[in-house]
Design a protein around this ligand. Structure first.
Ligand code: BGC
Length: 752
């Protein structure tokens, strides 16, 4: 009797304590032991409700919490484990603007694309911008922003380059760290992606990136390494592609050895939104969470344990890390989000940041800023229907897009009524532009430009009555499809024609022509850049695009952006063009398509390190606009460059003086033997004002990867250190001596 009573009592005690266990940062082990296998597996496999492939009967299944957010983790309510929400990234929070039964919209701010942010070369500005994105993530009830995109611009036709920063690993790495620190300053997480060598969209779910070890380490892993040393993203997203024959998601070398053992990463690894691969291999390799999650994946892991294909250690390792992630989230902490971020304040920020990201490519005769101008002939579909960001998961449901036409009028300029009428009313225009704006990923088509309808007489008439012509050249790109050379990288015949016609007509009247490039990535400029007087590369700078462009045109903002990628004379000039699908390939290609390239399932990174400016400067091949290039409305002089040893590295200082007539900012770039190692931007300097910039470079940043010795080696010898205003324009030269060879193991942490 006593025994029975005791047993009953202990069962009751167990039941009570199981009920009482609630997840806290301190009791993760206890919660882990209280979880059933099924619950653990459900924490590892995402709660995939969007396509209802994770069945309703699964424990913890719940409705999507934030409509159209990319994914959720599964709750275990009995143990106080809440669900958490992942949302895209990277140009703001991608959630649905509609909600059933709601009498309002849920718009999120459209921030500048990553390539535009990188063009600012301003880490503080990026931090400030991404802190606002983090705030929207938080206030819309999301826990992780799926960004930044840290892949290298290996080739200008990669459809998602706009989501990535640069062709250079240092610029990409530093930008990524600033981005992560900014977002996470708001108490939400990030997901640095796509790890790694995910540099094209064609066949993206299966394509094998074949990269040699030195190139992989120095170019493709490096920006992730820098970001992970200088920030601590809550999650890392393993990519879709294969790396040298193995899916990155199944590579233990990548996800455990490099990421965790060498770089000390202790957050969670989340798969890109794959669907099913070899689930067991994914978990063994070091993924902790599979998004979006499928029934099959749950079955694989449950059966895998039962049949001994995977041990409980792996399951516990992943589940523990997911719990460690969950306790950091606002949802776990019970944050009461408002669903009401300050969109007005963020719009003002975007207007300012957008203008800071723009790159002035040409300004002959100082036609910009517009001074005496009153009447503008505003040409181009995208002047009236501007592009704020790219398509696909990197798109944001923004409240509006400010138009250049409206912005110029708001700043007191008069638009030529005939030209405006034509663009606004020509039906095809509007339809095309709408396709451009709302098309998704690979379905997007360059609009059939209505320019054909504008004949010479109309342009000539406008040239007589207007003070200046502005033509906006629009392009779009997005997830799921690469760009192509003809009619995309290169201008269409109609675009060439209208630029030529406008330039002829206006120049005959002695009036200037300005081209605005409203584009997500690089477009050919060499063949037409001689014609207009000025070219402003606006990128896709977010929802305030029209106002930001107008602010630069009218001189409210002095342009200070510089190119984070080379503008070549021809697309084919890139060495990587030999091994890149140049035909606008899609993420899934029909196997038997007539084009033999459509069956291509691998990409040889044969160019090795010679990507972007590294190739053009090595081969001494002329470019249209070099890496790091950008003009200002003022001029700068560099003086007093000095170098000194500091710790295991060196420090360079240089004084920059504004020698022109208006206030402006300058970006100084430090190259060692022609390769970017550091950069710094001045504050806004008034005419005559100076600032001394200092830049620190660890000796480790001079190292090459020695494949045989499996370590980083900084060779002894003299290094030429140059301070440049772009990769080809040196303002000061210094030398730095390394007395003896320096070696660094793969786990070397330069920030310590
Ligand atoms: C993209 C990721 C994105 C994810 C969730 C994937 O297709 O590659 O960048 O974060 O979808 O939307």
């Amino acid at each position: 009797m006593k025994k029975i009573a005791f047993t009953l009592l202990s069962i009751a005690a167990l039941a009570v304590s199981a009920q009482e266990i609630r997840l806290t940062p301190q009791n993760i082990d206890e919660v882990l032991s209280a979880l059933t296998l099924e619950e653990k597996v459900n924490l590892i496999v995402g709660c995939h409700d969007a396509y209802t492939s994770k069945s309703e009967t699964m424990i913890g299944h719940q409705e999507r919490i934030v409509p159209d957010a990319a994914g959720t983790t599964t709750a275990v309510e009995r143990l106080g484990v809440p669900p958490t929400v992942f949302t895209d990234g990277p140009a703001g929070v991608r959630i649905s603007e509609w909600r059933e039964g709601a009498d309002r919209n849920f718009y999120a701010t459209g921030f500048p694309i990553a390539t535009a942010l990188a063009s600012s070369w301003d880490l503080d500005l990026v931090y400030e911008t991404t802190a606002a994105m983090g705030n929207e993530t938080l206030e819309y009830g999301c826990d992780v922003l799926l960004a930044p995109g840290t892949n290298i611009h290996r080739h200008p036709l990669c459809g998602r380059n706009f989501e990535y920063f640069s062709e250079d690993p240092i610029l990409s790495g530093k930008m990524s760290a600033a981005y992560i620190n900014g977002v996470q300053s708001q108490g939400v997480g990030t997901s640095i992606k796509h790890f790694v060598a995910n540099n094209q969209e064609t066949m993206r779910f299966v394509n094998d990136s074949r990269v040699d070890m030195r190139t992989l380490r120095e170019l493709y892993l490096k920006p992730f390494e820098i970001a992970l040393r200088e920030s601590n993203p809550w999650t890392v997203m393993s990519s879709y592609d294969k790396l040298n024959g193995e899916y990155t998601q199944c590579s233990e070398w990548l996800l455990t050895k490099v990421l965790r053992e060498e770089w000390g990463y202790d957050g969670i690894v989340v798969t890109d939104w794959t669907g099913t691969r070899n689930t067991i291999a994914q978990i063994k390799a070091g993924n902790d969470h599979l998004q979006p999650g499928t029934d099959d994946q749950v079955t694989h892991l449950m059966e895998g344990v039962q049949k001994g294909w995977i041990t409980m250690d792996y399951i516990d390792r992943a589940a523990r890390r997911v719990l460690e992630y969950i306790v950091k989230t606002p949802r776990y902490k019970g944050y009461q989000y408002s669903d009401n971020p300050d969109l007005t304040a963020h719009a003002a920020l975007v207007r300012r940041v957008g203008s800071e990201c723009m790159v002035l490519l040409k300004n002959d005769g100082d036609v910009l800023p517009l001074r005496e101008t009153k009447n503008v002939a505003l040409f181009g579909v995208t002047s009236y229907d501007m592009l704020a960001g790219g398509t696909g998961s990197g798109d944001v449901h923004k409240p509006y897009i400010s138009q250049l036409s409206d912005a110029l009028e708001a700043q007191g300029l008069t638009l030529n009524a005939d030209i405006k009428w034509m663009y606004v009313n020509y039906k095809t225009y509007a339809q095309c532009a709408r396709t451009a704006r709302f098309g998704h990923g690979g379905d997007w088509q360059q609009p059939v430009l209505p320019e054909a309808a504008i004949d010479r007489t109309i342009i000539e008439r406008a040239a007589k009555s207007s003070d200046v012509a502005i033509y906006t050249l629009g392009r779009q790109a997005g997830e799921g499809s690469d760009r192509k050379v003809e009619d995309d990288f290169n201008l269409t015949a109609q675009e060439r024609q209208i630029i030529a016609d406008i330039c002829d007509a206006f120049h005959q009247q002695g009036k200037p022509v300005i081209v605005i490039m409203n584009t997500p990535s690089v477009v050919e400029t060499a063949s037409w850049k001689t014609q207009p007087d000025a070219i402003l590369l606006a990128w896709e700078p977010g929802q305030e695009v029209g106002n930001s462009v107008a602010d630069v045109l009218t001189g409210k903002v002095c342009p200070s952006g510089k190119l984070p990628c080379t503008f070549p004379n021809s697309c084919m000039d890139h060495l990587s063009s030999r091994n890149f699908p140049l035909f606008g390939g899609k993420e899934r290609m029909p196997v038997q398509e007539w084009d033999p390239r459509s069956t291509m399932e691998y990409t040889n990174y044969e160019e090795g390190l010679l990507v972007g400016y590294r190739y053009f400067t090595t081969a001494q091949k002329a470019v249209s606009y070099p890496f790091g290039y950008g003009l200002s409305y003022t001029t700068f002089a560099y003086s007093g460059a000095k170098i000194k040893k500091v710790g295991d590295g060196f420090e360079v200082s240089v004084t920059i003086k504004n020698t022109g007539k208006v206030a402006g900012k300058e970006v100084a770039q430090l190259y060692a033997n022609g390769v970017l190692k550091a950069f710094a931007k001045t504050r806004e300097l008034k005419p005559g004002e100076s600032e001394t910039l200092t830049m620190n470079v660890p000796n480790y940043f001079l190292a090459r990867y020695d494949v045989e010795r499996e370590m980083w080696v900084t060779d002894k010898g003299e290094y030429t250190i140059t301070l440049n205003s772009d990769v080809l324009t040196t303002q000061a030269t210094l030398t730095y001596k390394v007395a003896k060879e320096l070696t660094y193991t793969n786990d070397y942490n330069y920030t310590k």
